[in-house]
Design a protein around this ligand. Structure first.
Ligand SMILES: Nc1ccc(Br)nc1
Length: 446
């Protein structure tokens, strides 16, 4: 091009004349409140995390699924007073439809299962990694988006499904260097709550709401908990009995309280027995106070916690056998978990377990003469067609600049395309770790 003639040697070239002064109003270059960019370093860590999510999901025979980040608001309208409802990122679209950025993945999964109906064979073992949203007043300055790994088993009524899901999370923890000394699982069943409420004739339709109230223990004053329980038609006696049962941390004590015939106890006993067989008993503990904050759980619930007690729950899940029928579908037994991308990173930082992840490009290719830029592109193509990664230097740069870039991208080799060598059908290959330099025939490059 005409500009070509005015290029000044290696150091640089004349581009269009500089703008005298920039009159444009500077946009806010930060992402919207509560959201994150993922520049290369952060994106490498996220990719590493998601790779481990995927590897474990594959190891357990799960299939990946995905759903729109935008869903009908109706998926999340549950009357139990959940935080997820209070913080729904919802709006009316241009077609006057009430829609929401998904706050979690399970309702989408339930929707897809119903949509697929009889065309899929059970059990379904599906996993997804998706961005989830909440609209929270920025008073607490918390994030408004995070990525969640979900694994769900649809069509298995036995706690063998929950045992398998917990095993998959433990497999993930072990993969990234965490042990039972670092993290554990608190396990309970909502059937504990159900059995107590039945004893005190609390209406069944209060169940979800009572769970949400109980989940706030430790987050709001106990007086407010008691007031909320009273508003859920519970008597003083029922409330005290319930709070007493929720403080239990041993299955033996639970049996003393509820008797041996209830489903809660048999489910939990079976789960702990299966944990023994899987070899992960040391990771689990019974804790009746665990109810989780989603209204749709109906049975076993569990959450991963850091044993130092500094962080919020790492992950959580449980059985939700009635969710499909709330969407008008036929009920199917279902259980699953959600695992966020934030707390786990905080924990790995705490434990010094964040992986060293650097950009690694095998080759950097550069022409020593501007007439050989095309030749350099040809060399890059040859290497790439052999499956190698190449950073092709795209402008005339001083060698000092090239070496600096080679170091930054951790290139293994520097391929120099020079006139003399090119005339002989060769290039200069420098192994950067040893400094060894060889002239290699282009068709023998590998
Ligand atoms: N459900 C939800 C969504 C987004 C964030 Br951040 N936390 C929880």
């Amino acid at each position: 091009s005409a500009n070509q003639n005015v290029r000044t040697g290696r150091s640089g070239s004349v581009s269009s004349p500089p703008v005298e002064h920039n009159t444009a109003e500077k946009i806010d270059v930060n992402p919207p409140k509560g959201t994150r960019d993922f520049p290369p370093d952060d994106m490498r860590l996220r990719t590493w995390l998601f790779h481990n999510f995927r590897e474990v999901s594959k190891q357990f025979g799960f299939e990946e699924v995905d759903f729109p980040v935008l869903e009908s608001e109706a998926l999340y309208i549950r009357k139990a007073g959940e935080e997820i409802r209070d913080q729904l990122y919802c709006f009316e679209d241009r077609g006057n439809r009430r829609v929401a950025l998904r706050p979690e993945l399970t309702p989408s999964l339930a929707r897809l299962v119903i949509q697929k109906g009889k065309s899929v064979s059970l059990p379904l073992k599906w996993f997804a990694i998706g961005q989830c949203w909440r609209y929270e007043r920025m008073t607490r300055g918390r994030r408004r988006e995070h990525y969640q790994w979900n694994m769900d088993i649809i069509g298995v009524p036995d706690v063998t499904a929950e045992a398998e899901l917990i095993s998959s999370i433990i497999t993930f923890f072990k993969r990234i260097g965490l042990t039972a000394s670092d993290v554990g699982f608190k396990v309970s069943s909502r059937k504990v709550l159900q059995e107590v409420l039945r004893c005190y004739s609390v209406p069944e339709d209060m169940f979800g709401r009572v769970c949400i109230i109980i989940d706030k223990i430790g987050k709001i004053p106990m007086d407010d908990i008691r007031k909320d329980l009273q508003s859920a038609d519970m008597s003083e006696v029922a409330i005290e009995e319930l709070l007493q049962v929720l403080s239990l941390k041993s299955l033996a004590k639970l049996e003393e309280k509820l008797g041996a015939s209830g489903e809660a106890l048999s489910d939990l006993k079976q789960l702990f027995s299966l944990a023994e067989k899987y070899g992960y008993s040391e990771w689990l503990q019974f804790d009746a106070s665990i109810v989780r904050g989603l209204a749709y759980y109906t049975g076993i619930v569990f959450e991963g916690f850091d044993r130092e007690g500094k962080l919020r729950a790492i992950c959580g899940g449980g059985r939700y056998d009635r969710l499909l029928s709330t969407f008008g579908g036929d009920d199917l037994p279902a259980c699953g978990f959600g695992f966020g991308d934030a707390v786990i990173v905080e924990l790995l930082k705490e434990r010094g377990l964040l992986p060293e992840l650097n950009l690694q490009v095998e080759n950097i290719v550069c022409s020593l003469d501007q007439e050989l830029q095309g030749a350099a592109s040809a060399v890059a193509t040859i290497l790439r067609e052999k499956g190698q990664s190449v950073d092709l230097v795209l402008e005339n740069k001083p060698l000092k600049w090239v070496f600096k870039r080679a170091a930054r991208i951790n290139a293994r080799r520097l391929i120099l395309v020079g006139n003399a060598e090119w005339q002989k059908g060769m290039v200069n290959v420098k192994t950067l770790s040893t400094g060894e330099q060889l002239e290699i025939k282009i068709d023998e490059l590998e």
